[in-house]
Design a protein around this ligand. Structure first.
Ligand SMILES: *Cc1c(COP(=O)(O)O)cnc(C)c1O
Length: 821
């Protein structure tokens, strides 16, 4: 018998150690043997084995940050759209080969084990995925950081398609356990709701506010390790769950009212049960406000607790703590930090305010008015009476500053006030976040400009130096290294592997765009990815999609402003063209869609139905099905994105100019060598600057033109003017695609022709169709297409979230990397 090397158990990075520990976990952690273990057990045994390899590094990282009194970044986000974790950890630990060898020796298929993992779907779309890319980059850049969020029991719903319509199913992702999380039962924080504020004399005889008779709830953290590439820094994603406080039902128990007491317990624990599935759309739901406050208060209490282990001097706080608010969702951090500093820690207002403003930064994510959060004064007063007082105090002082800066301009005071006056008085959370922080950033250059010009011009006037642009990015570890191994390998063979942590080095590929041998390999990689996706679609849905076709992909949340409907109408234009002229010169094109609609968003759900009905007709039609296909892939999520993006030829980024703040999907496609058909919106503008607009298919109105046209737009004119557009619309509204459900698309007709076509689809459709013709023409020139695809990959370096995070660290957080040995 060989002796056990205790340095290797649970730590060894070689295949032997991994294999042995896998067996151990299967036997001792999961209590299974070779006869009883299921595929899920095998996944879990492997996940535990990988998790073990993070623990030492995690503890060492935390010790190092503590010993060096490093400034820490706290990224507060109601959403973290992580996707799967296992393989990401394996790659960042750089033990891919060893793990695969161990798994093979055990007689399993690594890909099949990976497939057992459920997506961690704690987010809606771009905003949540951004948070996930950011924490990967922060760990890779050795920035001491915590992600703070909520451990929803139900993440974003699972989408099923029934008779062409979206049906939502609960995402019970914790049902089989979550290997990656560790509960920290010793770290519990109390938060309260309701009650009232009384004035009470303190020890010095001063009248101080006291929040009394409130209902307590407990927040308990669950920690997930976040390992950076290279395995040095392991940061923490800390997710809160709500639990009942023992005092909460004390009275009921004493009264013998057991059932009522337990009911209260259930109410408290419901708080963190479900993620609100609305993307960029605000709903004034009380439970959502409770979630926001629980999360903000627990996070701030935890941050203050940790600060106190490093310093006793509050003036150090902004030098040791940087807190970033991902949208206004955590903007209660402004009054809550003030409450903790003033009411609990006893600081005076001015000092507390200085600390608060210097500590907080706010990221704005949208220009769309319906997404701007406004909570009713009435609701805040009911749930958070002390916070309402603090907000009033902040506002009074702020309004005084406004009046002093712009004397006599009373309209400006009304426009800028944190409180919106009217029958139902509202708290404008974006105003609160701007006033209460030292930095407000947009997520792309154009977005930041429009934010300053159109959304909060008064604030940009008053605080010009607070506003800054931080163009979003994506992590190449997930969106190339993990999701597209053949392309990752080709790039590494060609220019080395420095791109993994320095995406700018992809420019070295530029010269290879003119090398026909390289182009052939690049083209073959793309073909293999299309073949894999084609096989997946065959195995999963029994669809036949030929990988020699153009794969034209639009995957993102379903929103009217993202104009999936414009894509659908254009497909009907192609359908008409091909029916009239079946021998038309046309390279077969498959239009692939993936999108979840908010469950209460009627028009978005109807557009899903339309896409499916158009697909049902076209995919069966003998005259066109050999050249045109339309497929709606159910349940779009990170794992599906990872399959689709490597296989994409044409990336659809067609939002009305001036509506998409940045987009990040656009960057994932560019990195993977797709050509973009898009408007000059969001980060598309910067993509065009990087690769050259001649290497994209840019079309349509720009943001200024869209705004100007919108002021006197008559969609009916455009309907009359363009015969192809008119025929396509007439076909849809004549129930050609809805013979058995006549009239169901009437609301779409109404929205376009009578409702004003808010997103200017009819105005942009001819230019979009023309851009699609350019795509058809170029695709026939395989060499030129590939050359441009290579240039897109080569020029995508700017869009790494490593670059974005380095900018946040330098300009907003003022934090330095802290290397861990
Ligand atoms: C990247 C990503 C998004 C954001 O896509 P956009 O096209 O930028 O809106 C949404 N959902 C998932 C699953 C993603 O991976």
């Amino acid at each position: 018998m060989t002796a056990i090397d205790h340095n290797q158990v649970r730590r060894g990075m070689d295949a032997d150690s991994i294999r042995k520990d896998f067996q151990d976990h299967l036997n001792f952690t999961l209590a299974k043997d070779q006869y009883s273990a299921t595929q899920l057990d095998h996944y879990q045994a492997l996940a535990y084995t990988i998790r073990d390899r993070l623990i030492d590094r995690w503890l060492t990282t935390q010790q190092t940050h503590h010993q060096r009194k490093a400034k820490r970044v706290y990224y507060l986000s109601l959403e973290f759209l992580m996707g799967r974790v296992l393989h990401n950890n394996v790659l960042n630990l750089r033990i891919d080969d060893q793990v695969r060898r161990a798994v093979t020796e055990l007689g399993f298929d690594y890909e099949a084990l990976r497939d057992e993992e459920h997506d961690m779907g704690l987010g809606n779309g771009g905003l949540g995925r951004l948070a996930a890319c950011f924490i990967d980059s922060m760990a890779t850049l050795d920035i001491p950081a915590f992600g703070y969020g909520i451990r929803y029991n139900y993440g974003i719903f699972r989408q099923e398609i029934e008779k062409g319509r979206q049906v939502e199913q609960p995402d019970d992702w914790l049902k089989w356990g979550n290997v990656w999380e560790t509960p920290r039962m010793s770290l519990q924080f109390k938060v309260q709701f309701g009650g009232r504020v009384e004035l009470e004399k303190d020890a010095q005889g001063r009248l101080t506010p006291r929040w009394v008779d409130a209902h307590p709830v407990i927040g308990i953290p669950y920690d997930v390790p976040i390992v950076g590439y290279g395995g040095k820094t392991v940061n923490t994603l800390r997710l809160w769950t709500a639990h009942a406080h023992e005092d909460f039902d004390f009275e009921d128990f004493n009264k013998g009212d057991y059932i009522n007491a337990v009911e209260h317990k259930v109410t408290a624990e419901n708080l963190t049960k479900v993620l609100y599935p609305n993307d960029l759309h605000y709903l004034g739901k009380e439970l959502r406000l409770r979630q926001q406050y629980l999360f903000v208060s627990c996070s701030l209490q935890d941050i203050i607790r940790r600060f106190k282990t490093d310093s006793q001097n509050w003036d150090d706080f902004p030098d040791l703590v940087a807190i970033q608010l991902n949208d206004t969702h955590p903007s209660l951090a402004v009054p809550e930090l003030m409450r903790l500093l003033v009411d609990v820690e006893g600081l005076d207002w001015e000092r507390a305010w200085d600390i608060t403003v210097r500590t907080l930064g706010y990221t704005n994510h949208t220009l769309m008015p319906e997404a701007l959060e406004k909570w009713s004064v009435e609701l805040i007063e009911k749930l958070l009476p002390r916070h309402l007082q603090i907000i009033y105090e902040i506002n009074q002082r702020f309004i005084k500053d406004v009046a002093a800066a712009f004397p006599g301009d009373m309209h400006r005071v009304g426009r800028m006030s944190i409180i919106e006056e009217g029958e139902h008085r509202m708290v404008r959370m974006a105003h609160l976040a701007i006033v209460g922080s030292h930095s407000t950033n947009g997520v792309a250059e154009i977005h930041t400009r429009l934010l300053k010009e159109r959304v909060v011009p008064d604030f940009a006037d008053m605080y010009p130096s607070r506003f800054n642009a931080k163009t979003n990015g994506i992590t190449q570890r997930r969106w190339l290294l993990e999701s597209n191994p053949p392309l990752a390998q080709l790039i590494t063979e060609t220019i080395g592997d420095s791109w993994i942590t320095d995406l700018g080095s992809l420019t070295k590929l530029e010269t290879h765009a003119d090398d026909s041998g390289f182009r052939e390999r690049f083209r073959d990689v793309k073909y293999q990815a299309k073949k894999s996706l084609s096989d997946y679609m065959k195995a999963t849905w029994n669809w036949d999609v030929d990988p020699t076709w153009i794969f034209d992909v639009q995957i993102k949340r379903l929103h009217e402003y993202k104009r999936q409907l414009m894509n659908a109408i254009h497909i009907v234009m192609l359908y008409n063209r091909l029916r009239k002229n079946p021998d038309m010169d046309f390279h077969p094109q498959a239009f692939l869609f993936g999108a979840k609609a908010a469950p209460g968003y009627f028009m978005a759900k109807l557009i899903i139905k339309l896409i499916n009905n158009i697909g049902d007709m076209i995919n069966r039609d003998e005259t066109v099905r050999h050249k045109l296909q339309v497929r709606f892939l159910p349940n779009y999520r990170v794992t599906l994105a990872e399959k689709l993006i490597p296989a994409t030829d044409v990336s659809e980024q067609i939002s009305t100019a001036g509506t998409e703040a940045s987009g990040t999907g656009n960057m994932k496609f560019m990195l993977n060598g797709a050509l973009t058909v898009g408007t000059l919106d969001g980060a598309n503008v910067e993509m065009a600057e990087e690769v050259g607009s001649e290497n994209m298919f840019i079309f349509g109105l720009n943001a200024q033109e869209a705004k100007d046209l919108g002021e006197h737009y008559n969609p009916y004119d455009y309907y009359q003017r363009n015969e192809e557009v008119r025929e396509a619309l007439d076909l849809i509204f004549s129930d050609h695609f809805s013979v058995l459900e006549r009239g169901i698309f009437e609301p779409i007709r109404h929205s376009l022709l009578e409702g004003g076509d808010r997103y200017l689809l009819l105005a942009d459709l001819p230019a979009y169709a023309e851009a699609q013709q350019r795509i058809q023409k170029l695709y026939r020139d395989r060499e030129e297409w590939t050359r441009r695809a290579v240039l897109n990959t080569a020029s995508s370096g700017k869009f790494s979230s490593d670059r974005t995070i380095a900018e946040y660290a330098r300009d907003i957080w003022k934090v330095e990397p802290c290397r861990v040995d």
